[in-house]
Design a protein around this ligand. Structure first.
Ligand SMILES: *Cc1c(COP(=O)(O)O)cnc(C)c1O
Length: 221
């Protein structure tokens, strides 16, 4: 089942779009099945669950942290995490830098920008994002590398709304890249799109989609 689902999703991906298999709340066996079918990038959103899976599963997996990350938990994932998708404060960025330095690593991060209508989601507003980049402290943090933006669209059936939000995200991504990262080719990732909207996200220039339900089925919280 899982390998078929995975192949079905992969068959719909545009060239160059990376698939993050979102495995939160799913048991190790399910991840192992996806691994055996060739998947190497997995996304988790709880630190304890992630570290347990990291310890048990093959070491060539690229682990992405996709959820809201608390500063006091950064130390547990800094030694091995490949990409942190949802950095939403400078304070968090500083702590990632500190823990990455301790671990002797440079950790790749995405800045989460809030584009949806819902008010509960985390993330910088577009204005806060620009303000933070202008302030420039991030440039002094030698052990973090900002490689792009992460966004979530409103949870709605209204495709026009979703597309509009993704279009806006892409425009902002391009202008941020030009203004702050023109000399850094590593700033190239736009993480957007989940099971319900990744086809639209790809059409709007997402480079990385985070798909859970379509691969692993519904989650039992
Ligand atoms: C859970 C989660 C996903 C995956 O959602 P699905 O609808 O199951 O594909 C993607 N991104 C984030 C940030 C998530 O928390």
């Amino acid at each position: 089942m899982i390998s078929q689902n995975l192949n079905r999703v992969k068959a719909t991906l545009r060239e160059g779009v990376k698939l993050v298999a979102v495995s939160k709340y799913h048991p190790m066996e399910d991840l192992q099945q996806a691994y055996d079918a060739g998947q190497r990038i997995f996304g988790e959103s709880h630190v304890q669950e992630l570290t347990a899976k990291y310890e048990a599963l093959p070491k060539d997996i690229e682990w992405h942290f996709i959820g809201h990350l608390q500063t006091n938990k950064v130390k547990y994932i800094a030694p091995f995490i490949s990409l942190i998708h949802a950095v939403d404060t400078v304070k968090l960025l500083r702590e990632i830098d500190r823990q990455a330095q301790k671990a002797g690593r440079v950790v790749d991060c995405l800045l989460q920008m809030h584009i949806a209508q819902e008010e509960t989601k985390f993330g910088f507003t577009p204005a806060e994002l620009i303000e933070m980049l202008e302030a420039g402290e991030w440039k002094t943090l030698a052990n973090v590398r900002i490689v792009g933006l992460m966004c979530m669209a409103t949870n709605t059936d209204d495709e026009t709304q979703i597309r509009g939000e993704f279009k806006f995200a892409h425009e902002t991504f391009e202008s941020v890249k030009q203004r702050f990262f023109a000399d850094e080719p590593s700033f190239k990732e736009l993480s957007m799109g989940m099971s319900g909207d990744y086809m639209i996200a790809q059409e709007e220039h997402s480079t990385m989609v985070r798909v859970g339900t379509m691969i692993f089925g519904a989650r039992n919280y």
